[in-house]
Design a protein around this ligand. Structure first.
Ligand code: HEC
Ligand code: HEC
Length: 617
């Protein structure tokens, strides 16, 4: 029985882990540096300065705020520095691998000398923290070796464990067991992570050397390096949908509901994005932005990334490290053309591009694009009672903001006779659909021309700091100061404050973040969304649309299961698993072409859903 429970909870854990990115246990500094190094050295071009920093500076998401270098011997530091200086990828791989191997060996040796003292256990846990950075490669390439090593680590721990219980001298048998287990690990590491002549690899991984030498193709599951954050941001932006304001229900709008599902589905992407379960929502969280999104090497700061880099789709790598902050999609139907540079007039073509070129997905069907566009066209700005329909301040705005409004509309020589309002046109949602080089970016290479950027809307701008395409200005005040300085506007300190106050007034919005309580919990919100997605089966089953049914179910069932663990009402968790399992069985029937059974099972899903509805929080 006990075993059964262990296995069951392991399974649940595995399911949860794949569907949402739970916060990961912190990495030991050297292990973090090794993982980050491998990730960065697999990018093209390789960000050498960042690799160097990952050993010199403490890494975000690692267990201690010390640099990996502080844990190394001089010769290890020399070997790494040599690799940085010569930008030699193979030498880097060797030096980094040596750090981990010898770190483990030294800790095990120290532990054996200290057997019988508490410090032995500490050394074993340090060794295991380093070994963790090899695990994915060993598990994928050499499962039986992985199990053997697993037993050896257990043996080490139990040999040490018996000391702390008795606080006495360790029996001889424990010394022998420890030595035997240590030897297994030592031999494995020496054979598979040799101190020189590691076989060069196209993609750097921790797959054991003996497996690499056989030439066997090993798929190591994609993972992100320490410090990455692709979970939803802590503050949950409030989503304002046009049809809700009109009193309509999404479940009665199958195309919109299906688009909503696709917006939340990793299944439309290919390659790493799909494996990592990244979706449109991961970055454009609830039509707004996920300001916590961060992947080292791809993002220069949280809230965006280089969308045409090598990681997600090597085919469309522009080989320039050009981070862009994720734009909010609120009011997207009013804010074309699309892309920070305004290169694409069609929302549909832009979206296709995101799926196919940025995230290596298959060509979407016309229906899928229709659905995504129908959904995105529902995104509205947060209501803002401080402005009227023409974008003019209303009576409730402050006097200071009203003084700023005058400045916003005033022509300046430094703006070539234009005013702020001639580009950020108030009755056109404070944008004009044009692109300009306002001096906010540098040419990508010497002699190149600087990028033009499209005038961004200023609606709801209070919630999208930092500002400009690259997030280079932290606050609205700093944007005003930037214009004042670079365009010689000659504004006084009081005028700078007035203009800032105006931007804050037009950039406001009611209830920007979702408010949760016990019943209106995060789970409840997710449950309502997921069951709305599922409601499109009302249309898809009669249409016998196998392909879209499969995408729907592969998106919704794992999410239901993953979200169940976040329920406040944990006693109703099994009912959610039950619901997910009925949904999967609808999928099996549909895949097998048994439409009658699919329809029956779908009916039983709806019955169960309404039965359990009250406890879903
Ligand atoms: C990894 C984060 C990320 C993901 C995932 C992502 N986007 Fe974006 N999105 C961005 C960034 C960054 C930009 C700015 C890109 C540019 O200007 O080329 C952007 C731009 C856009 C724009 C243009 C907005 C404007 O005002 O010009 C649209 C529309 C858009 N994305 C839709 C989507 C859709 C639909 C999906 C899913 C199919 C998606 N995005 C997935 C980060 C992301
Ligand atoms: C010639 C057209 C033009 C004029 C005039 C202009 N802007 Fe802009 N504004 C832009 C463009 C283009 C950007 C985007 C630059 C970038 O992304 O690097 C921008 C960005 C901004 C942003 C940042 C928005 C965001 O979401 O990042 C603010 C705030 C802003 N402008 C306010 C002003 C104010 C205040 C004035 C007058 C002093 C002004 N702008 C004048 C075109 C203009």
């Amino acid at each position: 029985m006990k075993h059964f429970i262990v296995i069951l909870s392991f399974l649940l854990l595995a399911i949860t882990a794949q569907a949402t990115s739970l916060e990961e246990k912190a990495w030991a500094p050297r292990a973090a540096a090794y993982r980050l190094t491998l990730f960065l050295a697999n990018l093209d071009p390789i960000p050498w300065d960042q690799i160097e920093r990952s050993w010199n500076d403490p890494i975000q998401g690692s267990a201690e705020t010390v640099s990996a270098f502080s844990k190394l011997s001089n010769s290890e530091i020399d070997a790494l520095n040599e690799a940085f200086d010569t930008q030699d990828r193979q030498a880097l791989f060797q030096a980094a691998t040596n750090v981990i191997r010898s770190g483990i060996l030294i800790s095990l040796e120290t532990a054996q000398f200290a057997l019988g003292e508490p410090v032995a256990a500490l050394n074993i846990s340090q060794a295991q923290a380093l070994y963790r950075s090899f695990i994915d490669g060993i598990k994928a390439g050499d499962p039986s070796g992985f199990r053997e090593l697993g037993r050896a680590w257990l043996a080490l721990n139990s040999a040490v464990g018996s000391v702390s219980l008795s606080q006495s001298i360790l029996p001889k048998s424990d010394h022998e067991a420890f030595a035997a287990a240590r030897q297994i690990i030592e031999i494995y590491l020496s054979e598979n992570y040799p101190s020189s002549n590691l076989t060069p690899r196209k993609k750097l991984t921790s797959v054991p050397e003996k497996i690499v030498k056989t030439g066997m193709q090993v798929e190591v599951p994609i993972s992100l390096p320490p410090g990455s954050n692709i979970a939803d941001q802590r503050e949950f932006p409030r989503l304002v949908l046009q049809f809700e304001e009109a009193g309509l229900d999404e479940a009665d709008m199958p195309l919109v509901a299906y688009g909503d599902m696709l917006f939340d589905s990793p299944e439309i992407f290919g390659g790493p994005a799909r494996d990592l379960r990244i979706t449109c929502s991961t970055c454009h969280n609830r039509s707004d932005i996920n300001r916590d999104f961060f992947i080292p090497g791809l993002s220069s700061h949280a809230g965006g990334m280089d969308v045409d880099g090598s990681f997600f789709n090597p085919m469309f790598n522009d080989r320039v490290n050009d981070h862009l902050d994720t734009p909010s999609l609120r009011g997207i139907r009013f804010t074309g053309p699309y892309g920070r540079d305004g290169r694409e007039p069609s929302l549909r073509d832009f979206t296709r591009n995101v799926i196919v070129t940025e995230f290596a997905g298959k060509e979407p069907t016309p229906f899928q694009l229709d659905a995504l566009i129908a959904y995105m066209r529902q995104f509205d700005f947060l209501p803002n009672p401080q402005i009227n329909r023409e974008g003019i301040l209303t009576d409730i705005a402050s006097e200071q903001a009203k003084r700023g409004e005058v400045l916003f509309n005033k022509p300046f020589n430094g703006l070539k006779g234009r005013s702020c309002a001639s580009c950020h046109v108030p009755d056109r949602h404070f944008r004009d659909g044009q692109s300009y080089d306002i001096g906010s970016s540098k040419p990508p290479f010497p002699g190149g021309s600087a990028n033009q950027f499209e005038t961004p809307t200023l609606r709801n701008v209070n919630f999208t700091a930092p500002y400009m395409h690259d997030g280079s200005l932290p606050t609205l005040r700093s944007v005003v100061e930037w214009f004042n300085a670079t365009k010689s506007l000659g504004l006084s300190t009081a005028e700078l404050s007035d203009l800032t106050s105006y931007l804050e007034a037009i950039g406001g919005g009611e209830e920007p973040y979702q408010i949760f309580d016990i019943r209106a919990s995060k789970f409840r919100l997710a449950f309502d969304e997921l069951t709305t997605f599922a409601s499109t089966l009302n249309t898809l089953i009669p249409m016998q649309d196998r392909k879209n049914i499969a995408i729907l179910i592969d998106t919704v069932a794992p999410d239901l299961e993953a979200d169940a663990s976040t329920m406040i009402n944990q006693s109703a968790k099994n009912e959610v698993y039950g619901l997910a399992s009925i949904l999967r069985s609808v999928g099996y029937s549909a895949a097998g072409g048994d439409w009658e059974s699919a329809a029956l099972k779908w009916e039983s899903f709806k019955e169960l859903q309404s039965e359990i509805d009250e406890g879903m929080y």
